[in-house]
Design a protein around this ligand. Structure first.
Ligand code: F6R
Length: 268
């Protein structure tokens, strides 16, 4: 894992946006994996600013979101489709027909929907760059602790901790869904690059478990230790429980020198 520690959440977002821009400029038909939640909001704001400044276009991008609530109407303001529309899609030139979320409506079979989502990702050529956040319990997507490390897109029951963490987003008269469709851990692991962002003290323990704990279904994000190209962007608060802070910063400086010498290395 490449671990990069920035002073604050804004720097995390600006640098994550550079990865996304680099992908969408370099690949003719880039495929982006997207996340919702608090963490990527600044990234999307930065991407919108770059788009408005004429520095990038999403016209050729196909996107796949990590997750979506079960049986939620896409027009519901709480749906992840609405979140993506409000925070990114409506501000840039992405084609709606090329934006996908793992939906499952009332009359649909979650298993069939999951398989169909996997097939769609395959047909698009696989995900080049997957954006991830991390739950305070170590989840990625809605792969809660104990999720199989070889899981595929499917329906998951959310943990009490995730429900409590996300309850701030629901008004008293709104029903908070307790199940969601999510890409599986194996689905996420097939992305060519992973860019996980974590900011704030509330993520410090999960970040420590992900980076220095054993690979375990109890901390689904720890599977990223097995990914060839996982880049972890942290602010100081999220990195505050890491012992090897100095090594990560030193290694990052060396990587920057290598980048200057050999060019920004990636292989989308
Ligand atoms: C969202 C997702 C989740 C979040 C995680 C962190 O699509 O898949 O795994 O990334 O719950 O959420 P925030 O960023 O709100 O702390």
């Amino acid at each position: 894992m490449q671990i990069i520690i920035y002073d604050n959440a804004q720097q995390v977002a600006v640098n994550a946006a550079k990865w996304v821009q680099s992908l969408i400029k370099e690949k003719a038909t880039p495929v982006l994996g997207l996340a919702t939640g608090n963490t990527p909001i600044r990234l999307y704001q930065e991407l919108v600013a770059q788009y408005q400044a004429g520095n990038c276009s999403f016209a050729n991008v196909t996107s796949f979101n990590l997750d979506e609530y079960h049986k939620i109407n896409e027009k519901n303001p709480q749906s992840y489709r609405s979140f993506m529309q409000e925070n990114l899609f409506k501000h840039v030139d992405i084609e709606k027909a090329k934006t996908f979320l793992p939906t499952c409506q009332q009359d649909q079979n979650p298993r069939e929907q999951g398989l169909a989502y996997e097939e769609k990702i395959k047909q698009a050529g696989g995900i080049d760059l997957q954006i991830l956040g991390i739950g305070a319990n170590g989840h990625i997507g809605f792969n809660e602790p104990t999720s199989s490390l070889t899981s595929r897109t499917r329906i998951k029951t959310l943990t009490q901790q995730t429900l409590t963490d996300n309850s701030r987003l629901f008004a008293d008269d709104e029903v908070q869904p307790t199940t969601a469709m999510t890409m599986g851990i194996a689905t996420i692991m097939e992305a060519r690059y992973i860019l996980l962002m974590a900011t704030g003290k509330g993520k410090a323990q999960a970040v420590k478990d992900m980076i220095t704990g054993s690979v375990s279904a109890n901390c689904p994000a720890s599977i990223l230790q097995m990914h060839e190209n996982a880049v972890i962007l942290l602010d100081k608060a999220a990195a505050s429980m890491l012992d090897d802070h100095n090594y990560y910063q030193w290694a990052d400086q060396q990587n920057r020198k290598l980048n200057q010498e050999f060019g920004f290395y990636h292989n989308f």
